[in-house]
Design a protein around this ligand. Structure first.
Ligand code: ADP
Ligand code: ADP
Ligand code: ZN
Length: 213
């Protein structure tokens, strides 16, 4: 099963993608996580991506597409995957479709986690991310057992630089301009499913499971 998660920054794509990955035993592939791992390891790719991420801009398609295609060509992706944060532009979606067509495959579902902008800005200020394992928390909705410490690995939790309010507003405008057109793209392909992302995360997950079966 190949699934794409769509939605504004902070809509809950990552939260849901991790639960989907576990339930359906498929890898969770997040381009944002791949970029952050590269930044942490000081790779050339990481340094290039960081310039855009810090500004709330998208990393150029060329770079992003290569990373993603390499990742989904790996063995663990044979039985499918859930993509979180990719595609984010029409050209990215087209490249993915072309690559899959060559393999005689296609995306099964594009799930849009729908959350209005007003809720997003509030939500992002409370997001905390683990510097080591990428786990995410929320100071009100999903607090860690011990403040500032990751439940899973014991590392420090931080507010991502790009989760500060000014950058979040920039990212939202980038989302509306460049990513939202994908909703129509996947509607036209007949695979778009929309879920209400404003409710409790377990209720969001229940609606997704209903779709995926
Ligand atoms: P969120 O899920 O909160 O929107 P991500 O971790 O998915 O955040 O992405 C963080 C940043 O990484 C984005 O703002 C963008 O700069 C970059 N990025 C991630 N995925 C892509 C992509 N598919 N295309 C371009 N840039 C991306
Ligand atoms: P995205 O990957 O779309 O950027 P995340 O999954 O990282 O979004 O979620 C953004 C923030 O909102 C995180 O702090 C997360 O814990 C929290 N969150 C996720 N889903 C919900 C929900 N349904 N209700 C409230 N908070 C949520
Ligand atoms: Zn951790």
């Amino acid at each position: 099963m190949k699934i794409i998660m769509l939605g504004a920054p902070g809509a809950g794509k990552g939260t849901q993608a991790k639960m989907i990955a576990e339930k359906y035993s498929i890898p969770h592939v997040s381009t944002g996580d791949i970029f952050r791992a590269n930044i942490k390891n000081g790779t050339e790719l990481g340094m290039e991506a960081k310039r855009y991420m810090d500004e709330g801009q998208l990393v150029p398609d060329e770079l992003t597409v290569k990373i993603l295609l390499d990742r989904v060509a790996q063995d663990d992706c044979k039985n499918g995957y859930v993509l979180d944060g990719f595609p984010r532009t029409i050209p990215q979606a087209q490249v993915l479709d072309e690559a899959l067509t060559k393999l005689g495959e296609s995306v099964d579902y594009a799930i849009d986690v729908n959350v209005p902008d007003e809720n997003i800005v509030k939500r992002m200020g409370g997001r905390r991310a683990c510097v080591t394992c990428g786990a995410t928390y929320h100071i009100e909705h999903v607090p860690p057992k011990k403040e500032g410490v990751c439940d899973k690995c014991g590392s420090e939790l931080i507010l991502r630089d790009d989760d500060k309010p000014e950058t979040v507003k920039k990212r939202l405008s980038v989302y509306h301009a460049q990513t939202q057109p994908l909703i129509e793209y996947y509607t036209n392909k007949g695979i778009l499913k929309t879920v209400d992302g404003t409710v409790d995360m377990m209720d969001v997950f229940a609606s997704i499971v209903e779709i995926l079966g």
